[in-house]
Design a protein around this ligand. Structure first.
Ligand SMILES: Cc1cc2nc3c(=O)[nH]c(=O)nc-3n(C[C@H](O)[C@H](O)[C@H](O)COP(=O)(O)OP(=O)(O)OC[C@H]3O[C@@H](n4cnc5c(N)ncnc54)[C@H](O)[C@@H]3O)c2cc1C
Length: 438
């Protein structure tokens, strides 16, 4: 496979690289570039605000997701050490820490993964206000790079199908960035910032995950790569993905790549090229196509967030017509504590609470139930998912919720999931419900 070249000029610069949800060595533009830098300082910053409660009164990140992040960071640190570098992990005010590091290390280039969400954009804006150093985005979140889209983001189609048809006509998925063997040296002054360093081991708590879970995810790049290899080449499960993807129980009915993708332990481009490799050996079919189709959904939501900005978090969504502003504490407790009396909903909500994971079919049903049966403010449901999901992704979560709430890009805004019918179709023998409720 050829390797992608970067358009960013890094030679002879003191570079600060802000890792975000790109916690990997493979297919990493910034790390590829680091070989040309004068000095290269990799950092990760945990926003101090993540410990605050959100506007609806609950936490923003579960202990389990913190633990997965900690494992991913520690593995990355150890891999960077082997390449002669390091990873410095901080916790605090993101913009202030970056500003301090720019001064201390005489930085002239800041590289970072772009996240099109209010808080992450503000961090970078705050840094830009303060400094005139060069600031560049590295392309590593989506399958298709922004610049390769055949239209401007402002002309992004308002329906996924239209988007997919256009991009599929001439799909450009860039090659992955090559591995390198030696990274540029750390700035000698980096010692000065050691006092602010966060002890990431604090986030590794012993948490008991219910043994009925479909996913046991520790987190990290190697585990993600192993899972990819297993799902494609070892088990060939991908060849049946389209038939199994709506099931509810077990580790293999779907890829379970989501948690690795959310912290960037797996690169979507790498997954894509591995699928192409798999197809060349084992043959392509509608299932292998469908996994790429789902990755395009992921991309679509990333681009949608770029086009609509803060609207993805707003009650009235992209087109101003969500009818329910209610937030009933009593109803919320019943829904979140799996006590609605609807066994299909309760089983799914229990799985989420006890494991941090829920199937796509389950997510669609519990979200629809919250919005269209219980008639509540959809943002409360989306925030509950944000708190608990081990694969939480700002774009995918909020845009899917809007879609289900009927205020996003669903061409059928009146779409309604009849949960009794759904249970009869997808859990005909009551197996899933028994698994969780008995
Ligand atoms: C209300 C709601 C909230 C959701 N919140 C999240 C979230 O925070 N994070 C997240 O990763 N997924 C979210 N999803 C999408 C989907 O449910 C999960 O990606 C999927 O269940 C994860 O399991 P998997 O990796 O085995 O998926 P697979 O079926 O194997 O799919 C492969 C990959 O394709 C992408 N994908 C699959 N379905 C979707 C979809 N509907 N939209 C966008 N991308 C998709 C994901 O990256 C996934 O890992 C949400 C869906 C709904 C309905």
């Amino acid at each position: 496979m050829q390797t992608t070249k970067s358009e960013i000029n890094i030679s002879n610069k003191n570079v600060l690289y802000l890792f975000r949800n790109d916690l990997r060595i493979h297919d990493n533009e910034a790390l590829y570039l680091s070989q040309f830098a004068k000095t290269f300082l990799p950092i990760y910053i945990i926003d101090e605000k993540e410990d605050e409660l959100n506007q609806f009164g609950f936490s923003r990140i579960s202990k389990q997701r913190k633990k997965i992040r900690a494992h991913s960071l520690l593995e990355l640190k150890s891999k960077l050490n082997k390449l002669g570098s390091d990873l410095f992990i901080f916790k605090g005010n993101v913009a202030n820490i970056i500003k301090d590091l720019i001064i201390t290390n005489d930085t002239n280039l800041l590289l970072y993964q772009n996240i099109e969400a209010e808080e992450e954009l503000r961090h970078i804006d705050d840094v830009k206000k303060y400094t005139s150093i060069e600031i560049c985005i590295v392309n590593c979140k989506s399958l298709i790079v922004n610049e390769d889209l055949p239209f401007n983001i402002s002309n992004l189609p308002s329906m996924f199908t239209a988007f997919r048809k256009i991009v599929e006509k001439n799909l450009v998925v860039r090659d992955t960035f090559q591995h390198y063997t030696q990274m540029a040296q750390l700035p000698t002054e980096h010692i000065k910032i050691h006092t602010q360093i966060y002890n990431i081991y604090e986030d590794i708590e012993e948490i008991e995950i219910d043994r009925r879970t479909s996913v046991f995810i520790k987190g990290g790049e190697q585990e993600g790569l192993n899972r990819l290899n297993y799902y494609l080449f070892e088990s060939k499960k991908i060849s049946n993905y389209k038939q199994t993807r709506n099931e509810l129980l077990g580790p293999d009915y779907s890829s379970k790549f989501s948690s690795y993708l959310s912290y960037g332990s797996l690169s979507p481009r790498f997954i894509y090229h591995e699928i192409k490799k798999y197809e060349s050996i084992n043959g392509a079919n509608e299932s292998t196509y469908w996994l790429v189709f789902e990755l395009l959904w992921r991309d679509y939501f990333i681009f949608l967030s770029k086009k609509f900005g803060n609207k993805i978090f707003q009650l009235h969504g992209l087109d101003n017509k969500y009818p329910y502003e209610n937030i009933s504490k009593e109803i919320f407790l019943k829904w979140s504590e799996f006590n609605t009396g609807n066994d299909f909903i309760d089983a799914n909500m229990k799985e989420l609470y006890l494991t941090g994971y829920m199937s796509n079919r389950g997510r669609q049903n519990v979200a629809s139930y919250w919005c269209k049966d219980l008639k509540q403010d959809w943002r409360v449901g989306a925030s509950w998912f944000e708190y608990l999901l081990i694969d939480y992704d700002v774009h995918i979560n909020w845009c899917n919720w809007q879609y289900i709430a009927g205020i996003g890009v669903d061409p059928r805004a009146d779409r309604y999931f009849n949960t009794a019918k759904q249970a009869a179709t997808y859990d005909p023998n009551n197996t899933y419900r028994k698994h969780w409720l008995q």
